[in-house]
Design a protein around this ligand. Structure first.
Ligand code: NAD
Length: 501
């Protein structure tokens, strides 16, 4: 058992015990084959810890534990208020360990410690607390149909939810998935991303400490093609929820199809940001920079296609380049001056550099960056913040989700052109509009095909607000009340109070 915990000191000095097992029935256990996945610090390429990797038989064990827990009176008979209290308690435990969690996610993912503290942790804490509050406010309806008959609806949990999360916001993504599913009384098997398993395993410890009964939350580490696929194909899983690439999302939909299982998918994006000539230029530059460069560009809603009205295009471009030069400081996760850390893995680093080279060979112009960011010892997956102009809509850098600090800036003439360009994508996750004209702002917001539109900002996300994609960016909504509805199914109960047929 003790080899499933390692004593670790984070680079910023937090000592703690890192669980490395699979979390099934409130216990950390070994995978059936004893295989492990190594988690690296992307800044140094040094292993932080190796965690157990689940095979299909381990996933089966976890699903069966969740199935048993769903029927057990310790969960089934727990009042909704008590369920909510467990979630609030969990959010408090995370808050007490906020610096440690931020350190782990920064170390494992490569994001800056400051960003993890300002963004990921408040998001995770707030999401658990928010859904804890909803747990006992999940009502059905009463509907009268005739003087003698009426019906009422119950909002009931599905049962076992299979959840799969990505690596870009490890703890926060876990909170987005677990919070609403548990608030509604489901049990869960959640697969962490193989690149970032560490914070969610520490979360597992707190889930037990908060008082969740065994089997209610089961956490699996493992590769997508093995553990992920086994989870999506498991017959005892009642609903699937996934965040990641559109390609994988489509595979998950296929796995769900034979049994007509419902899916909740949050997938990729190639989000537009439109700057009209009447915009507050300083604000537009600041937000467009954050919109594509924050979190190393590894945000599904990253506003990677920036459209600027022709009359202010040159001025915007000059200011944007200056902003990248002064604000996009590349460095390790721990320096307070760092804005951009390393990409999460060598695979993502290679992918981003591949797209940068593709952009060059496609004939686009490099305005900033354009290569790997050199380090003294040659280690780390650092990329220079890269901006392209002279980009054509046919180019791959314009069409594909790169998921790195790589943006393109294009001019437009009229409002209808901007809307047409913005919507010229398979995706529809986010979109930002910069204008001081109120009517124009709302008009364009209504026309854009995206699940989220920001007027005069980019990347705002809040657990109270529904989030999800149009088109190939997803199915269903997470967060807010819509996120709660995703984890219950409606049952109608017809009542006959009379004697006539
Ligand atoms: P991915 O979609 O392959 O992985 C996301 C999660 O799905 C991981 O937990 C992974 O193990 C799992 N998974 C992979 N294949 C699976 C399968 N066949 N069945 C079940 N689960 C499976 O994404 P990735 O390989 O980590 O990244 C590739 C690209 O995906 C990125 O460059 C980016 O464009 C996109 N991405 C998007 C998001 C997002 O938030 N929308 C997050 C991560 C990656």
């Amino acid at each position: 058992m003790s080899d499933l915990f390692v004593d670790i000191v984070t680079p910023n000095g937090h000592s703690y015990e890192q669980p490395t097992g699979l979390f099934i029935n409130n216990e950390f256990v070994k995978g059936s084959k004893g295989e492990t996945i190594s988690s690296l610090d992307p800044a140094t390429e040094i292993e932080i810890a190796a965690v157990q990797a689940a095979r299909a038989e381990d996933v089966d064990r976890a699903v069966r534990a969740a199935r048993t827990a769903f029927k057990a009176s310790s969960w089934k008979k727990l009042s909704a208020t008590e369920r909510g209290r467990l979630l609030v308690r969990l959010s408090e435990l995370i808050e007490q360990n906020k610096e440690l969690f931020a350190s782990i996610d920064a170390w494992d993912n490569g994001k800056t410690y400051d960003l993890a503290m300002e963004d990921d942790l408040p998001d995770a804490i707030g999401t658990f607390r928010y859904f804890g509050g909803w747990a006992d406010k999940n009502f059905g309806q009463t509907i009268e149909t005739s003087p003698e008959k009426f019906a009422y609806t119950l909002r009931q949990p599905y049962g076992v939810i299979g959840q799969i999360i990505p690596w870009n916001f490890p703890l926060a993504m876990a909170a987005w998935k677990l919070g609403p599913a548990l608030a509604c009384g489901n049990t869960v098997v959640i697969k962490a991303a193989e690149q970032t398993p560490l914070s969610i395993l520490l979360l597992a410890k707190l889930i037990k400490e908060a008082g969740f009964p065994p089997g209610v939350v089961n956490i699996i580490n493992g590769y997508g093609r093995e553990a992920g696929a086994a989870l999506t194909q498991h017959p005892l899983v009642d609903k699937l929820a996934f965040t990641g690439s559109t390609v994988t999302g489509a595979q998950i939909m296929k796995s769900a199809a034979p049994a007509l299982k419902e899916v909740l998918l949050e997938t990729g994006g190639k989000s537009p940001l439109i700057v009209f000539s009447d915009a507050d230029l300083e604000q537009a530059v600041k937000w467009s920079h954050v919109g594509i460069m924050a979190n190393q560009g590894q945000i599904c809603t990253a506003t990677s296609r920036i459209f600027v009205q022709r009359s202010i295009y040159d001025k915007f471009l000059a200011l944007f380049k200056e902003r990248v030069r002064t604000a996009s400081i590349v460095g390790n996760q721990w320096e307070p001056t760092t804005f951009q850390g390393p990409q999460v893995t060598r695979a993502q680093y290679d992918r981003v550099l591949h797209y940068i080279n593709l952009g060059k060979s496609e004939g686009a112009t490099i305005e900033t960056g354009g290569q790997a960011h050199p380090t003294a010892d040659g280690k780390g997956f650092f990329v220079e913040p890269t901006t392209f102009t002279n980009v054509k809509p046919t180019m791959q850098i314009y069409r594909d989700e790169i998921f790195g600090p790589v943006g393109c800036i294009l001019p437009f003439e009229e409002e209808e052109d901007a809307i047409e360009y913005a919507n010229d994508t398979l995706y529809g996750l986010g979109a930002a509009v910069f204008t001081t004209n109120l009517r124009r702002g709302h008009r364009v917001a209504a026309e854009i095909e995206a699940g989220t539109v920001w007027l005069n900002s980019s990347q705002d996300s809040d657990h109270r607000i529904p989030f999800g994609g149009f088109k190939s960016s997803g199915v269903g909504r997470e967060l807010g009340h819509a996120g709660l509805e995703a984890y219950t199914q409606i049952k109608a109960v017809h009542v006959n109070m009379g004697n006539d047929l």
